[in-house]
Design a protein around this ligand. Structure first.
Ligand code: FAD
Length: 480
């Protein structure tokens, strides 16, 4: 099949028949549901950019595994250059869609599985790496999209999986058969799960001896029997269903809870099954890759936020105001430091025994901590520059109303030579970028909570070398 066009991607989703619910109703036509379609369009941009001459060289690379050009979202990094492109494609896409494009998570899972599968095989003589490679080749040949089913619903946070009131709160193996395994559980916040062909399941946390049933990783089609997607509510979701006041009418993000109700997984799709000590490594690798991906796409989103703030200055008649120009600089330097940290994680990457390259996890996690704080600051700055109508702009329906529409247009006009429609549209975009919970909350929790980023930095940093540097300066070694 090779690389798909955006139209082919959307048609390929029509062949799937996932079980999906939203607002208490079963969704039979996922692709044409306006709420879900806005998310599918955002993932569709990863195919669309691959078609455009100005992005093609960035988006498409040669796969040595199938000896064909493939979309980089299905290519585990085999060089520092590949690691750098991970960040560049994410920034380009964040900039293009102004929200989450939703395709990085599957890539981050595939990269992690290829590295860890190899390590497990070396210890246990299993054949996970070959299975992972076969799966990735399948993804590459069909140019499919995968999600990351990592976050278990987790129940009582003070208890490990085996001591939970109901152990299904951590996805686990309930049966092993000759042909495969049967799993049960639920994964929360599943970004774009209905925009995907495949779901990739990884453990959500480190596990100990006695917790073998939870140490499971696999991939299955998104419409596998027993898999149920329940689309979560988000702050602006009904706007897409109403077809007005969307702000970003082309693109959006949604994140279902996905229930795995005694789902069968054939052995050839099982990538970890019981090797508890590798759960922590999988989680660490995935989280580091994913936190770095965020540095790319979120710097691209700040580009859009900065553009919106600049337009608002033009439309409000505040272009020459010096404190607003300073705020634009404050937004740009936040985007660039986030991008820089994420790029640095690539340049400091290293080749793993599998031949796949891994980023520097400390820089990747530093980038994510920076994102958690600075996206909020960039949002605050954008709203400051734009003005109060981000909060309570009258609806498009009011503007279309013959009685009040002309009055609203008269009173919503800003700068003399700018039509009020431009100002109204830009206020809506600012509202969407600032207030869409499905997108903005991921600045904080996406890829793990802020405490998890800090923990990884502490664990993965070379603390001893830092102590030695200080001791040398203080001449402690010589005196000891
Ligand atoms: C918009 C969005 C998109 C997402 N997309 C995906 C996705 O595509 N795939 C996916 O798998 N996941 C996804 N996630 C999930 C994300 O990784 C989790 O939200 C994150 O790991 C936090 O988990 P939680 O939501 O269960 O919160 P909790 O784990 O309950 O954390 C809440 C707070 O309590 C603290 N805490 C919890 N337990 C403990 C403990 N035992 N000890 C100390 N502190 C603790 C945490 O540090 C945090 O501060 C997404 C999340 C969001 C918001």
């Amino acid at each position: 099949m090779g690389v798909m066009t955006k139209a082919e991607y959307i048609e390929s989703l029509r062949k799937l028949h996932p079980t999906a619910y939203m607002f208490g109703e079963k969704i039979t036509n996922v692709v044409d549901n306006p709420r879900l379609r806005a998310g599918i369009e955002a993932t569709g941009a990863t195919y669309e950019l691959a078609e455009l001459p100005e992005y093609r060289d960035m988006m498409i690379a040669h796969s040595p595994w199938i000896d064909e050009p493939v979309n980089r979202f299905n290519l585990p990094p085999m060089s520092i250059e590949d690691l750098v492109y991970r960040v560049k494609i994410n920034r380009a896409l964040g900039n293009y869609v102004g929200t989450c494009h939703q395709r990085c998570t599957g890539m981050d899972c595939m990269c992690s599985l290829a590295i860890v599968g190899y390590d497990v095989d070396r210890k246990y003589g299993t054949n996970y790496y070959d299975r992972v490679v076969e799966f990735i080749k399948y993804m590459q040949k069909n140019d499919f999209t995968a999600n990351a089913s990592v976050t278990d619903v987790k129940g009582d946070r003070s208890l490990p999986p085996k001591d939970q009131h109901d152990k299904d709160v951590y996805l686990h193996v309930v049966e092993k058969k000759n042909e495969g395994i049967v799993v049960r559980g639920a994964k929360a916040h599943q970004t774009g799960s209905l925009s995907c062909h495949e779901l990739i399941v990884l453990p959500t946390r480190a596990l100990r001896k006695g917790e073998e049933e939870f140490a499971v990783a696999f991939a299955i089609p998104a419409d596998t029997e027993g898999v149920v997607h329940v689309v979560g509510r988000s702050s602006l979701d009904t706007r897409e269903l109403e077809g007005c006041d969307c702000g970003n009418p082309r693109y959006s993000k949604y994140a279902p809870t996905v229930i795995y109700n005694d789902v069968f997984v054939p052995w050839e799709r099982v990538f970890l099954c019981g090797e508890v000590e590798f759960a922590a490594e999988l989680v660490m690798r995935f989280s580091a890759f994913h936190r770095q991906s965020h540095g790319g796409c979120k710097s691209g989103k700040i580009d859009c936020m900065t553009g919106a703030a600049l337009c608002m200055m033009e439309y409000n008649g505040t272009t020459g105001v010096s404190h607003l120009k300073e705020k634009i600089v404050d937004m740009i330097h936040r985007a660039e430091t986030l991008y820089g940290c994420s790029l640095a994680a690539s340049y400091e990457g290293k080749k793993e025994p599998s031949g796949i390259y891994f980023i520097d996890p400390v820089l990747a996690n530093a980038s994510k901590i920076h994102e958690g704080r600075e996206m909020a600051e960039a949002t605050r700055l954008m709203i400051d520059v734009a003005g109060g109508f981000v909060a309570d702009l009258p609806s498009d329906k009011d503007l279309e109303n013959p009685e009040i529409g002309p009055l609203l247009r008269k009173y919503l006009k800003g700068a003399t030579d700018i039509p009020s429609e431009k100002r109204i549209k830009m206020f809506r975009l600012v509202e969407k970028m600032a207030m869409e919970s499905a997108d903005t909350i991921s600045d904080i929790h996406g890829g793990g909570s802020p405490a998890a980023h800090r923990l990884t930095i502490f664990r993965e940093s070379d603390l001893e070398s830092k102590k030695k540097a200080a001791q040398r300066l203080a001449r402690i070694e010589e005196e000891a």
